[in-house]
Design a protein around this ligand. Structure first.
Ligand SMILES: [Zn+2]
Length: 144
């Protein structure tokens, strides 16, 4: 396992939100590093279950190899990849939180966490999934 505490961010690839999310996650969840998985308009994509294979694969690495126990999925203002209203983004973000919460069961995420026989202190720990909106002021706000 890598040294340090990791969280996982699944966000749009938009450069305006990367530092905002990285800082917010490290400050609010006391982690050292944020593994960052990006795709354009990813909140809509996860909500629609649209071609998630690579995204799930990357999340699995973060969870199983880095021990991440927090996945933050976000959407943001002025998103070119998912050009919908703020209200629609928030619907997508909440759906994405539910969908990612099911990945543990559906895709065996974290299933290999206790490869020493399941006695790791966090082997039974569920993954927390948080939904974050980055609005016009470019500040992160947890909404789910
Ligand atoms: Zn975007």
């Amino acid at each position: 396992m890598a040294d340090g505490r990791f969280a996982t961010s699944i966000s749009c690839m938009d450069g305006r939100i990367q530092m905002v999310l990285n800082d917010w996650i490290r400050e609010n969840y006391r982690v050292d590093y944020v593994d960052t998985i990006t795709a354009p308009g990813v909140d809509g994509r996860v909500a629609r279950n649209d071609d998630l294979g690579k995204i799930i694969q990357m999340a699995r690495i973060s969870v199983e190899k880095h021990g991440s126990r927090l996945i933050v999925v976000s959407g943001h203002h002025d998103c070119a990849g998912n050009p919908v209203s703020a209200d629609e983004h928030k619907v997508h973000i909440r759906s994405a939180v539910d969908a990612i919460g099911a990945w543990e069961k559906e895709h065996g995420l974290a299933g290999a966490g206790g490869d020493g026989g399941g006695n790791d202190d966090d082997a039974g720990g569920r993954i927390e999934v948080a939904g974050v909106w980055v609005g016009e002021a470019w500040a992160a706000q947890r909404i789910a």
